[in-house]
Design a protein around this ligand. Structure first.
Ligand code: CA
Length: 228
């Protein structure tokens, strides 16, 4: 299994490469975003640094997703940069790890991501599917099947949707979403969540501007209501 590391700090890239190879992975290292994009084909996952010379890690993730490439991305962010984490999810990252990190945590997170993506490729119907407003939300395969096609969800989009569904009927605050879904404790700009909701509404609602399923609760956050 091949892993692509996009990281300009040589000592970090070398350390990750050494340890991944010890675990039996084939590793490619790219030192810029541009080189990473050129090399991504055939890799099972991308470990992506945010701060890169030239193209940033955000740009790399966005470019991949816009090209309908859903290779799992583990983003490496600077410690304590909650805004970076949100921006990374918006760009299409599937998980993040703040620097500096423990190697065993890194390996565990990457393996979890790979397991997750293996499930995505499975053809068998998922047990974790629910029907909402005529759409099938498949939380195992990270898919939303609508009458007009199948939408791929990132891990974070699907985690957000799952959290709202699990709390059906209850108003969930943006702060609670940040803490429970994304494990961010800091005072992040909670409006970042709104962008995720807009995207989910586009696919779940009949009229995204008049939402009946992912409802806004003024001054609080959001409430999931299954269509009648
Ligand atoms: Ca860097």
């Amino acid at each position: 299994m091949k892993i692509l590391i996009v990281e300009d700090e040589r000592h970090i890239a070398d350390g990750l490469k050494f340890n991944l190879e010890a675990e039996g992975f084939d590793v490619t290292v790219a030192e810029t975003g541009e080189d990473g994009l050129a090399a991504v084909e055939g890799h099972a996952a991308v470990v992506l640094d945010v701060m890169l010379p030239g193209m940033s890690g955000f740009d790399v993730a966005r470019t991949l997703r816009e090209a309908e490439n859903f290779t799992p991305i583990l983003m490496l962010t600077a410690l304590g940069q909650a805004e970076d984490v949100i921006q990374g999810f918006e760009a299409g990252a599937d998980d993040y790890l703040p620097k500096p990190f423990q190697l065993d945590v890194f390996l565990a997170r990457l393996k979890a991501l790979l397991r997750r993506s293996k499930w995505q490729k499975r053809d068998a119907p998922s047990e974790d599917s629910i029907v909402v407003n005529g759409r099938t939300v498949d939380l195992t395969n990270l898919e939303l099947r609508t009458p007009t096609g199948t939408i791929h969800l990132t891990l974070m989009e699907s985690n957000l949707l799952k959290y709202l569904i699990d709390n059906e009927g209850r108003a969930v605050s943006r702060k609670e979403i940040l803490e429970k879904v994304w494990e961010l404790q800091e005072d992040t700009d909670t409006r970042a969540i709104d962008n995720f909701i807009v995207r989910l509404r586009r696919h779940l609602e009949d009229e995204p501007n008049n939402p009946q399923i992912l409802r806004t609760v003024r001054g609080v956050g959001y409430r999931f209501v299954r269509a009648d």
